[in-house]
Design a protein around this ligand. Structure first.
Ligand code: PEP
Ligand code: MN
Length: 472
């Protein structure tokens, strides 16, 4: 994890009371952290008690930033290189973090599998891999229905632990502003663990390559992966043998960044602070923020908010996004065409992707826009089983990722990375993969608070697939 740099230590990340009185020195003269309120904000909870909301917001206005401007800028630089075809991005973590599932081991396991995947991808692509957790802030969820009906009883939908609770109970489903404060505090703990593991020896390459590959044993595909893994091992041993000092920080520490969907705008606004050196506003709740498929409308509050912050941004797009819409979105989110500023996260299912992505890439190429193309091969592949589990078939996830690489190959553009809902734990939420999870075994360890996640071995399997694609 990058440390705050010297300049940042001098920065005044003003709390709300002084920041509201300051005029913005950003180039975006009419923008301020609350200007989103003039637009329609989709997917927001309604809070019944305004005093309670104000109380929570005023607490959040005074808390320490979770991330610092210097760190955010270093991520921007790394992503700029990816947008020029000189690196790859790996983003991953829970669909929704939960208060109940929080544990140091949970954070550690996801962190570890992400680093292992990154190692495999680095070997395969011969490029640096930018590691970004969907962690330390991924609490709020967009919902397709505002209410949920069970046995004739209607209650508000669960919107993520920073809004309400999952239990189907009127008290639990009440939107509680204090939960934003709780989510902040849990994020500080997660970040503290991530920062410690990034630099405190846990990220040592010699520990990481000791991966568990039991799942690859039986099949032909599996043995190809084993071969690749043994080549990574061989390269490390070779470097050691010729005297490369593998105790240097490049081998023992990592830069690890955080991200989440920019959905719950009062929370994001409260964590937005002005960097007194550059005058730029940064949303200090995460290094990178993205806008979801459901809230990316051009005249909406989410775009209005996110365009004013200096963080690297992402936007998720399904097959409903037209090339014209995409260009308009890019013009709003990255008017200066700064490399690394904007990632387009494509999630549409293999078939639709083969049909739609060429037109989208073509438009971006024609307009000369700098973007990072990232595949989210999970959100276009969610289905419900007969027994009522929300799941994803590993085969469809793999097919979408393969289609993403194929289309970029045809268009001569750079497949910049992958965004996954995954965990390091051995959950049974997605069907298939070499670990052979079946529809019947879903119930064994189905723990997600929202969408189904790939487990550790399924996620690693995808990393091998990416590595193979990047080598050809
Ligand atoms: C998500 O990333 O959890 C999500 C809701 O994605 P999308 O906006 O792509 O539907
Ligand atoms: Mn999801």
């Amino acid at each position: 994890m990058d440390q705050p740099n010297e300049n940042d230590n001098n920065n005044d990340y003003g709390s709300s009371s002084n920041r509201r009185n300051r005029s913005s020195r950003s180039s975006n003269e009419t923008w301020n952290p609350s200007s989103w309120k003039k637009a329609v904000a989709k997917q927001q909870p309604t809070y019944e008690d305004e005093a309670e909301l104000n109380n929570a917001i005023s607490t959040l206005n005074r808390v320490a930033p979770l991330v610092f401007a210097g760190e955010v800028r270093s991520l921007l630089e790394k992503l700029a290189r990816v947008s020029l075809g000189q690196g790859m991005v790996l983003m991953g973590g829970d669909c929704a973090e939960s208060f109940k599932e929080f544990h140091v081991n949970h954070v550690r396991d996801t962190f570890r599998i992400l680093l292992q995947m990154a190692l495999v991808m680095t070997y395969g692509s011969s490029m640096p891999v930018v590691k970004i957790g969907r962690m330390a802030g991924q609490f709020a969820k967009p919902r397709s229905q505002p209410n949920e009906v069970v046995n004739g009883v209607t209650l508000p939908s669960y919107r993520g632990d920073s809004v309400n609770a999952e239990e189907f109970d009127p008290k639990a489903r009440r939107n509680d502003p204090q939960r934003m404060v709780d989510a902040y505090h849990q994020s500080t703990q997660t970040l503290n663990i991530l920062r410690a593991f990034s630099t405190g020896g846990y990220a040592d390459i010699w520990r990481l390559h000791a991966w568990n590959l039991d799942f690859v044993d039986s099949t032909e595909e599996g043995s190809r992966y084993r071969l690749l893994a043994s080549k990574v091992d061989e390269s490390l041993r070779f470097m050691k043998a010729i005297g490369v000092d593998t105790k240097r920080p490049e081998f023992t520490t990592v830069d690890f960044y955080t991200s989440h969907e920019c959905l719950l705008l009062p929370y994001e606004e409260a964590l937005t602070r002005q960097d007194s050196i550059t005058g730029k506003w940064y949303d200090c709740s995460a290094h990178m923020l993205w806008i979801g498929e459901r809230t990316r409308n051009l005249d909406g509050a989410h775009l209005e908010f996110i365009k004013g912050i200096g963080n690297p941004l992402g936007v998720k797009i399904s097959d409903e996004c037209t090339p014209e819409q995409l260009i308009q979105t890019i013009n709003i989110m990255n008017p200066t065409n700064t490399p690394g500023r904007l990632s387009i996260i494509v999630r549409m299912g293999a078939e639709k992707l083969r049909k739609n992505l060429p037109g989208l890439i073509g438009a971006v190429q024609k307009e000369g826009k700098n973007v990072v193309w990232i595949s989210d091969p999970v959100h276009g592949n969610t289905r419900k089983t007969q027994s009522g589990y929300k799941t994803r078939d590993f085969d469809s996830v793999r097919a979408e990722l393969a289609a993403f690489f194929d289309v970029h190959g045809e268009m001569g553009s750079h497949p910049g990375g992958v965004h996954l809902e995954m965990t390091g734990e051995n959950v049974t939420e997605c069907i298939g993969g070499l670990a052979e999870i079946t529809e019947d075994s879903l119930k064994k360890r189905y723990n997600t608070a929202c969408d189904p996640r790939l487990n550790g071995s399924q996620a690693l399997e995808l990393a091998f697939l990416i590595a193979e694609r990047m080598r050809t």
